[in-house]
Design a protein around this ligand. Structure first.
Ligand code: ADP
Ligand code: 5GP
Length: 213
């Protein structure tokens, strides 16, 4: 439990630019950051674990989560539905943990517009080139050629949303991008809005003035 208020850290990018890789590193870097495990109607990829990478849901299950108001945001991305369950986010933020979201621009807009919007730090990841983006999708080797082609077509639309974000990083060298990401998060944690205990600290400082000549 910390005194500071948790941040909602949103990472968005076209598919293949490096969000998942950077997210995994961030979680290893700081255990105070918890990953928002999304629900999705997409089928699991090889190696993906239910409850860890995603909560894999049927269409009906997903619809009832939305209907019952259990999603902070949700959207259709490619041919599937994705959404961020609200409960774990509220719990983590109130306990002073940051929550990391790997979500698309539609989700980013909804979280920014939500009641928790003032605690959002949003970062957009760009690939160094479109050829490199395609190469990364292919070397990840987790999607069929058809799915990769579909994602490449959609990437132009995703990239067009970069100006909506607080920061943009071009993920050329992974270590360099990760270093920049850590710098951004460390600075953002020091914003006045994230430090509720400042009021008490300054009150104590003022009390210490009392009785001085
Ligand atoms: P996303 O989550 O945005 O779809 P991933 O994190 O899965 O993207 O990255 C796609 C592929 O590109 C993975 O194989 C990953 O190891 C690789 N990758 C990520 N960042 C870099 C980088 N800076 N340089 C080279 N390869 C990278
Ligand atoms: P993938 O199928 O590659 O895991 O994810 C496809 C896209 O869906 C990525 O751009 C990812 O950021 C986005 N995505 C994953 N989870 C969510 C979510 O909960 N909400 C929204 N809006 N997008 C998500």
């Amino acid at each position: 439990m910390t005194n500071r208020r948790g941040l909602l850290i949103i990472l968005s990018s076209p598919s293949g630019a490096g969000k998942s890789t950077l997210s995994k590193r961030l979680i290893e870097w700081d255990p105070d950051i918890s990953f928002s495990v999304s629900a999705t109607t997409r089928k699991p990829r090889e190696g993906e674990v239910n409850g860890q990478d995603y909560y894999f849901k049927s269409h009906n299950e997903f619809e009832s989560l939305v209907k019952n108001g259990e999603m902070l945001e949700h959207a259709q991305v490619f041919d599937n539905f994705y959404g961020s369950p609200k409960g774990p986010v509220e719990y983590a933020i109130n306990a002073g943990h940051d929550v990391l979201f790997d979500i698309d621009w539609q989700g980013g807009q909804q979280v920014r517009a939500s009641a928790l919007g003032k605690h959002v730090l949003s970062i957009f990841i760009l690939p160094p080139s479109i050829l490199e983006l395609e190469r990364r999708l292919k070397t990840r080797a987790q999607d069929s050629n058809e799915v990769i082609a579909g994602r490449m077509v959609k990437s132009r639309d995703e990239i067009s949303h970069w100006p909506e974000y607080d920061f943009v990083l071009v993920n050329d060298d992974l270590n360099e991008t990760f270093g920049r990401l850590k710098t951004i998060i460390s600075a953002e944690r020091l914003r006045i809005s994230q430090q509720p205990e400042l009021v008490d600290i300054v009150r104590t400082l003022n009390n210490e003035f009392e009785g001085r000549p």
